[in-house]
Write a protein that binds this ligand. Structure first.
Ligand code: NAD
Length: 280
């Protein structure tokens, strides 16, 4: 069984990106810039943003975090995004989700210039991905994709099952694997017999938010299992996959923590650099 070490792969990716930033600095006499907008004081969001800022600095990006209180008016946020859209020193803009209820998530996402949308959530980038055109790809699916390709470079004809159909995860992941000539099934909360769908899969990507949903007897021998889920328990963080059971059957599996999470952040940096390159 291959334990897919997301921490190690993310460190390698960050090192490559660091070298790339040095090259870009020489060539353009400037570095890519990432601006993150953080609204409110939700603890997980604060931690994510701190990690993103730290990693961005580590690879040599110019990084900025704009913090607003929970009660900030939607208009102020939208105006700030418009300002950042025009700012030549900002290559990528990320608004940390979730947002307070009074702020319209769709409006926020659609206000970000698609060429600076490092989260890949703008409808223009969603369309680009599903059309196979160039654009930003959501960071978590991109990270999962890179991990899968490390284990299995040729995915042609593989049966891939997504569990979860969110824009952020399942739908984008499905598009990436479709482009690799996989036969893709997207499952969700209304899917009948999820176990049978999983048992047919060569690749399973679980992004649900239900602790240890995927059991050992749901997984075909030699399947690749990618666990996106993050669930808080008394014993610490666990994924959507029953790790012990599944690791006895699978060919390769990502742990939680230390699997997909670190790759998500590294891919955010990668996306920022790609945005910079496309605009220069
Ligand atoms: P979401 O709530 O938007 O989507 C969850 C999906 O799961 C939905 O499509 C729903 O239909 C499906 N679902 C719910 N119950 C189900 C069931 N019983 N069987 C099958 N499908 C079911 O969540 P999300 O934003 O996509 O996040 C999913 C998980 O991934 C969460 O635990 C989140 O914390 C985690 N996450 C991790 C990272 C990372 O970097 N590791 C990034 C983003 C999200």
């Amino acid at each position: 069984m291959i334990l897919i070490d997301g921490k190690k792969e993310a460190a390698k990716l960050r090192e490559d990106l660091k070298q790339e930033v040095l090259g870009l600095k020489k060539k353009f006499n400037k570095v890519p810039g990432l601006t993150v907008i953080l609204i409110g004081d939700m603890a997980p969001s604060q931690i994510y943003v701190r990690n993103k800022e730290k990693s961005a600095n580590e690879v040599g990006l110019k990084s900025e975090v704009i913090k607003y209180p929970e009660a900030i008016e939607e208009k102020t946020v939208l105006e700030k995004i418009e300002e950042l859209n025009k700012d030549q020193t900002v290559s990528g803009i990320l608004v940390q989700l979730p947002l307070p209820k009074h702020i319209d998530k769709q409006k926020v996402i659609e206000t970000i210039d698609p060429s600076k949308d490092v989260d890949g959530l703008h409808p223009m980038n969603v369309g680009n991905l599903s059309s196979g055109y160039q654009g930003s790809i959501p960071c978590t699916p991109l990270g999962c994709y890179l991990l899968i390709k490390k284990v299995e470079p040729n995915l042609t004809g593989k049966k891939a099952v997504m569990i979860g159909r969110s824009n952020l995860n399942g739908k984008a992941m499905a598009q990436l694997l479709l482009q690799e000539d996989c036969t893709v099934t997207i499952t969700h909360s209304k899917t009948k017999n999820l176990k049978a769908e999983c048992l047919a899969a060569d690749i399973i990507v679980a992004a649900v938010g239900i602790k240890e949903l995927v059991k050992g007897d749901w997984v075909k021998k030699d399947a690749i299992v990618i666990d996106v889920g993050i669930n808080k328990t008394d014993k610490g963080l666990v994924g959507d996959v029953a790790f012990e059971e599944v690791s006895r059957v699978a060919k390769a599996i990502t742990p939680v923590p230390g699997g997909v999470g670190p790759m998500t952040i590294a891919c955010l940096l990668k996306n920022t650099i790609e945005c910079f390159k496309r605009s220069n």
